[in-house]
Design a protein around this ligand. Structure first.
Ligand code: BMA
Length: 355
């Protein structure tokens, strides 16, 4: 398999040729020629989202000298998939590494981190974590939490995953969880983000910002607040942050996010979902009044940071009604969960609490 992956690295293109039929006309959802990773819900399971039975797909020691690969992004590419992975060696300093996969389950990850070209002395190579990967009009954009006198949203572009150009940081510090929309809305780029602090941030709501050029960001609007006792939403009472690139559906932008609850033993990170208005994503149409996945398995409750499920990417096959969500588990490993896209949208609408 490695030789196929290497060949794709050399020859892969971001073009639409050879992709599955399920890509809609606006190109916002791009499917690979390869099938989206999938496993049917097991008999007796009633959950709207279910885990891959062979999780984690990338374990604690996936490569020599590596201590954890988690909170990572993937996208269709050529006849397979590409990923940008948060990887930590024994120094525990997070960097971004490219990975390749034929099937979305089995990943070859480059041993050396991405080198970003940048003419900006204000953007030195510092820590980089929690990437998201978004294709807009044939260009792949990577957004991540980068160091710039504290964490904020860094942005880079690539077409071939071999050369990478840094753009200006999107926002002032402190900010995290920068998530682009996969197409322009009203002629503007849109990005979700979560203003934060310089530490482990005991607060946080999701905002959306607009840009005409991916450089100047403004018109910042509140999208969703964290929940609390007033709305009976403890699972998301401390902070929330956007996860995978929003998925365009007839009922709005399906936005999977993490919701955090503080406990006497630390934070617990769960997954929820919302539907944002297609034309004005600052308007929440529906939002789950319960988590759709919460740490329960050993690899989620035990690791470098216990009790974390942290979604960063999703692959969609609209024709087969399949959704595969990539999430980091316990700040240690990469995992997969699945849902029927139609069922998840109905679930969000039927179990909604907008506040
Ligand atoms: C957040 C981020 C994530 C991490 C999570 C749980 O603040 O740092 O990368 O997964 O905490 O530790």
């Amino acid at each position: 398999m490695k030789s196929d992956l290497k060949a794709r690295q050399r020859n892969g293109t971001a073009g639409a040729e050879g992709r599955g039929k399920s890509a809609p006309a606006n190109g916002a959802l791009v499917t690979s020629a390869a099938a989206v990773p999938w496993q049917e819900r097991s008999a007796g399971c009633r959950d709207v989202m279910w885990r891959y039975s062979a999780n984690p797909i990338i374990g604690r020691h996936h490569m020599p000298g590596v201590q954890g690969i988690y909170n990572s992004a993937v996208a269709p590419y050529g006849d397979g998939f590409v990923g940008v992975f948060r990887l930590e060696k024994r120094c525990r300093f997070p960097r971004l590494h490219v990975g390749w996969s034929d099937d979305g389950f089995d990943w070859h990850i480059e041993p050396e981190p991405i080198q970003f070209a940048s003419g900006d002395p204000e953007s030195p190579a510092d820590y980089a974590y929690d990437p998201r990967l978004c294709q807009i009009d044939g260009i792949y954009y990577i957004t991540w939490c980068g160091g710039h006198n504290g964490p904020t949203i860094s942005v880079a572009t690539t077409r071939d995953f071999q050369s990478f150009d840094r753009l200006e940081n999107a926002f002032l510090p402190f900010n995290r969880n920068g998530v682009l929309f996969p197409r322009k809305i009203g002629g503007k780029y849109f990005m979700l983000s979560r203003p934060s602090d310089d530490g482990h941030t005991p607060f946080g709501d999701i905002y959306v910002s607009q840009s005409p050029d991916m450089c100047h960001w403004g018109m910042h609007r509140l999208v969703m607040r964290r929940g609390g006792s007033e709305v009976g939403q403890w699972w998301q009472r401390t902070k929330i942050g956007a996860g995978p690139i929003p998925i365009e559906t007839d009922d709005g932008w399906l936005t999977i996010y993490h919701g955090v609850m503080d406990t006497c033993n630390g934070f617990v990170y769960s997954m929820g979902a919302a539907l944002l208005d297609l034309d004005d994503p600052s308007r929440v149409r529906y939002r789950t009044n319960q988590h759709i996945l919460t740490p329960e398995q050993d690899y989620e409750v035990s690791g470098h940071v216990p009790n974390v499920v942290f979604p960063c990417a999703a692959l969609v096959d609209t024709e087969r009604d399949r959704l595969a969500v990539y999430y980091g588990a316990a700040d240690t490993s990469c995992c997969l969960a699945f849902a029927r896209l139609g069922e998840l949208v109905s679930f969000v609408k039927d179990n909604s609490c907008v506040f």
